[in-house]
Design a protein around this ligand. Structure first.
Ligand SMILES: [Fe+2]
Length: 210
């Protein structure tokens, strides 16, 4: 598997391009960056994105999705539960799998930051959107956010993944751009919560100290 990372957009956003390293099929995760920033990498590697994966529909993660979709009109826009916003949309449910060349991406529905928050698990990579960053979880201050739901999503569906899973998040907010699950738990007080109530307390404390 090959992963290319692009940083920019609204707030140190991260857009990812990945392929199996042999076929010309590729996927892009989150359209946060103008296509012109990715285009030379896509072309130099003779790739044709067939899937545009959406970690959640906050505007900064979908800002350039129209542009990507018109450049790659055969690409499917894969988004949890379907938003009805884009042509060629593929509505995802928890556990759905998506083929990209020889790779299989599994959609993990992780509501909490938003109701449509989705992580994509591909081999030992987890594209975590705004559910988990390096050093902390996503915030739950927006419309549709739910702190308790975020705890259940993370503890039940993400912390159970192998410790060597590499987290590729939606923003470059930490001291490093990517990190293993094991190291991230070790450095993140929010990921060390002992139960749901403890997580709520830790989140309140985090928001107070910002
Ligand atoms: Fe977000």
């Amino acid at each position: 598997m090959k992963i290319w990372t692009f940083e920019g957009g609204f707030d140190e956003n991260l857009t990812y391009l990945f392929s199996d390293g042999t076929s010309d099929d590729a996927a892009i995760i989150d359209a946060a960056i103008p296509l012109s920033n990715l285009k030379s990498t896509i072309d130099e590697n003779s790739l044709t994105p067939s899937k545009l994966l959406v970690t959640h529909t906050h505007f900064d993660h979908t800002a350039h999705l129209e542009e990507y979709a018109s450049a790659y009109p055969n690409a499917e826009v894969c988004v949890m539960s379907g938003s009805g916003r884009w042509q060629n949309e593929q509505a995802l449910s928890h556990g759905d799998t998506i083929q990209i060349g020889g790779l299989t991406a599994t959609a993990i529905h992780t509501p909490g930051h938003t109701q449509d928050s989705t992580c994509f698990h591909v081999e030992d990579a987890l594209f975590s959107g705004d559910t988990i960053f390096v050093g902390r979880t996503g915030r739950t201050i927006g419309a549709g956010s739910d702190t308790r739901q975020l705890y259940r999503s993370i503890s039940g569906k993400l912390l159970t993944l192998p410790g060597n899973t590499t987290i590729y998040s939606g923003h470059d907010y930490g001291p490093v751009q990517k990190i293993s699950m094991k190291e991230n738990i070790e450095m993140s007080p929010l990921l060390q919560a002992t139960d749901e109530d403890d997580f709520v307390r830790r989140m309140e404390e985090y928001e107070r100290s910002r």
